[in-house]
Design a protein around this ligand. Structure first.
Ligand code: NAD
Ligand code: MG
Length: 382
């Protein structure tokens, strides 16, 4: 169970909800980091009193340093500053809630410093899965999932005696705001419509990923790395209500699932208090209020990011890093109004075909593949 926590990506959707959980559970905050939101990081620093804070953006870090000069809080900058917070001596657990594969380097720094990892930052595991899981194994570090589906799978696996008992994973998906739409209808959808998620309130990047179902593809890859299963052992099921957060099927065809109202503070808290459970601020689930729950097959002809991710992890090597890098670029371009919604899947598929992969890779190979995928996307818009 976590006593001292460093949060990488404190100002985001996961970071702020984690601070709420820490306050209620009396978990001491040691370090907080963010990209450039100095105003919010200052407020958080004053309230939670970490000994160190870091901002990636140098100008924002300068402003924060001035703003916090009446305190003893140390202010660092750049990715080095974030990595210092990841490897802090006074910290037992690091919550990785940075968005994007920018979280890869600090996650590896935290693992090498033997910190328990509460992992929200899925892109890190997608892009560098082999490096992250090997580093965790070599350093005897636990990767505790924060993503709601992976927390559900992890919770459902408690009590499993042997890995051979696990037959398959049922990964549930809300289907996002565009479930049931045709490709023609999707061609002209706006950013505003893509940001209207039916069940979850999240950061902009992951909300767009949910609309394209790239998020479920990334989660499929995340599950392969976290639970040591083959991609073919994972079935994606659309479950519109987001109440059954995922399930596992055992050798005897018994299926065990975790359910709850859609609120990230349950999986965040479970990762931080594991293996114990405590009261949480989250509303009780009333199944009779729901009355019925629905389950359907995903439409993979329309939502092509899902089969694309499955094929990337089946091919292995740098393929998931290529799809992830292309998606990070295309997702941002869609949010800037520079490309259409359906272009995201097309550009990610194009990058996977065009950028060279290799089976065994180093950290530098991941950065190079990521950059090549982004460059492919920039060169193929319009
Ligand atoms: P967000 O955009 O709300 O917050 C991102 C945080 O990361 C912010 O604190 C930001 O300052 C920081 N950040 C952004 N770019 C950075 C960079 N280049 N370097 C360092 N820090 C940077 O995102 P979020 O919705 O909180 O998601 C965070 C991660 O958690 C993502 O990987 C997402 O897929 C995952 N996740 C989120 C949810 C959710 O409910 N929001 C659920 C499951 C998983
Ligand atoms: Mg999820």
């Amino acid at each position: 169970m976590t006593k001292t926590l460093s949060i990488l990506g404190a100002t985001g959707s996961i970071g702020t909800q984690a601070l709420d959980v820490c306050e209620k559970r009396g978990i001491r905050i040691t370090c907080l980091t963010a990209h450039s939101n100095d105003r919010l990081l200052e407020q958080q620093a004053r309230k939670y009193r970490p000994h160190t804070v870091a901002l990636v953006d140098e100008d924002a870090a300068k402003r924060l340093k001035t703003a916090l000069k009446d305190t003893s809080i140390r202010v660092l900058s750049g990715m080095e500053g974030v990595c210092v917070c990841a490897a802090d001596d006074d910290t037992d657990t690091v919550l990785t809630s940075v968005v994007g594969m920018a979280g890869l380097q600090p996650t590896l720094a935290a693992i090498e410093a033997k910190k328990t990892i509460a992992l929200a930052n899925k892109e890190t595991l997608v892009a560098g899965g082999a490096l992250v899981t090997k580093a965790a194994k070599d350093n005897g570090v636990r990767l505790l999932p924060v993503d709601s589906e992976h927390s559900a799978i992890f919770q459902s696996l408690q009590g499993m005696q042997h890995h051979t008992e696990l037959k398959s994973i049922l990964l549930t998906a809300s289907g996002g705001p565009f479930f049931g739409k045709t490709r023609d209808e999707l061609a002209g959808v706006t950013l505003e419509a893509a940001l209207k998620h039916p069940n979850w309130s999240m950061g902009a990047k992951i909300t767009v990923d949910s609309a394209t179902m790239m998020n479920k593809g990334l989660e499929l890859i995340e599950a392969v790395w976290l639970f040591g299963v083959k991609p073919s052992q994972i079935e994606v099921i659309v479950h519109r209500e987001s109440v059954l957060h995922s399930a596992v099927e055992f050798a005897d065809n018994s299926v065990i699932a975790q359910l709850g109202v859609p609120d990230m503070r349950i999986p965040i808290q479970y990762a931080l208090t594991y293996p114990e459970r405590y009261e949480s601020p989250v509303k009780k689930l009333s199944l009779t209020d729901y009355g019925s729950l629905s389950f359907q097959k995903p439409d993979e002809d329309t939502f092509r990011c899902l089969p694309l991710c499955r094929s990337a992890i089946e091919r292995g090597g740098l393929c998931p890093a290529i799809v992830n890098g292309a998606n990070e670029e295309a997702n941002a371009l869609f949010r800037q109004g520079k490309i259409g919604f359906l272009d995201i899947a097309d550009l990610a598929a194009g990058a996977l075909d065009a950028v060279e992969s290799k089976d065994d890779y180093t950290l530098q190979d991941v950065f190079d593949a990521d950059e090549a995928a982004r460059a492919y996307v920039r060169a193929h818009i319009g």
